[in-house]
Design a protein around this ligand. Structure first.
Ligand code: BG6
Length: 318
């Protein structure tokens, strides 16, 4: 066990390097109160986030095959350079299935962050093979921070490193762990427009009520992209009496997804009834892709806090 160069290391806020069963590096972050997070170099994916009591806050499918290196069903996969399935391109982009590097020379951050935290900087650059499918010069950077209060922050930055402009979509496909989907209520997306189906992009407007998930109503799949949503969304788990407060910046859209029973059954990496234990709610750029001219940069930030109550104690604002 060691510690990566581009990560903070002191006695209280610490990082450590471990290997998974395929020999791929994982960086473990921890804070002095017992909270922790684990990030895999496979996909730059956060695969675990635990609170001070050691409870896992991110969902991982019970049917994950860890021996087969591919983006695991759970945690926070990074979707880049597209979200969904664009023609012949890989669903949700190739970034989640690439080996990232620890970023030895991270750029300075424009987003404000507290000082005392455990973090790691990762970097993805295109390989020759990637350039055949997506011929653009880019650097995709990711900082994952675990705060002193246990909050998890992900900051991603994309730079156009070549002479031609390009456009991309992006998403933090955040799988939250919940007691049971019927106990979940999402606040902050009321009256926001959404695509009801990613491929057909049929557009609707959410009603004035918070989002809830009722078995009688959802027959197929709950698959929505909320467009230009407010920058704070609360995911309330009544049974666990806790609320995930999601704050975002530079990420106008929010993906809310649950495969529900029928789709889960045909997914090779989803266990029976697993869909009841998860909901994906994450910041994204989908409706209007980001365009970068040569040398231009883009950044997006997602922060998740856990409030120990069924009710969101903070005002819903960023
Ligand atoms: C959702 C999409 O966001 O992600 C779904 O709306 C998709 O269509 C799901 O099935 C999971 O994608 P994947 O590629 O990880 O199975």
């Amino acid at each position: 066990m060691g510690h990566p160069a581009a990560a903070v290391w002191d006695s209280e806020v610490a990082t450590a390097l471990v290997k998974d069963c395929n020999g791929i590096d994982q960086i473990k972050l921890r804070n002095p109160h017992g909270a922790s997070a684990k990030v895999s170099l496979y996909g730059g994916q956060v695969i675990s986030w635990k609170n001070n009591q050691g409870e896992e806050l991110l969902f991982t499918s019970s049917k994950v095959n860890v021996k087969d290196p591919k983006a695991i069903r759970g945690g926070i996969p990074i979707c880049f350079p597209q979200f969904g399935n664009c023609g012949s391109h890989e669903q949700h982009g190739f970034a989640r299935n690439k080996i990232w590097a620890v970023d030895e020379d991270p750029l300075s951050h424009s987003f404000k962050d507290s000082n005392r935290k455990s973090y790691v900087d990762l970097l993805l650059k295109p390989s020759e093979e990637d350039l055949k499918f997506w011929p653009h010069g880019f650097e995709l950077r990711l900082r994952v921070c675990l705060g002193l209060d246990g909050n998890l922050t992900l900051i991603s930055r994309v730079t156009n490193t070549k002479e031609k402009p390009f456009s991309f979509s992006f998403a933090f496909h955040t799988y939250l762990s919940v007691s049971d989907i019927s106990e979940v209520r999402i606040e902050g997306l009321e009256t926001v427009d959404y695509f009801d189906n990613l491929s057909e992009r049929e557009r609707f407007t959410e009603q004035g009520d918070a989002i809830t998930f009722e078995a009688e109503v959802i027959i197929e799949v709950f698959e929505r992209v909320y467009l230009r949503s407010p920058n704070c969304v609360a995911v309330i788990d009544h049974e666990k009496r806790r609320t995930f407060v999601i704050k975002k910046d530079g990420l106008p859209d929010v993906v809310v997804w649950n495969p529900w029973e029928k789709k889960s059954k045909v997914m090779a990496d989803m266990g029976y009834d697993d869909y009841r234990k998860m909901v994906c709610v994450g910041g994204a750029v989908i409706e209007k892709p980001i365009s970068l001219k040569p040398g231009e940069k883009w950044a997006g930030r997602l922060e998740i806090n856990l409030a120990n109550s069924s009710f969101c104690s903070e005002p819903l604002c960023f």
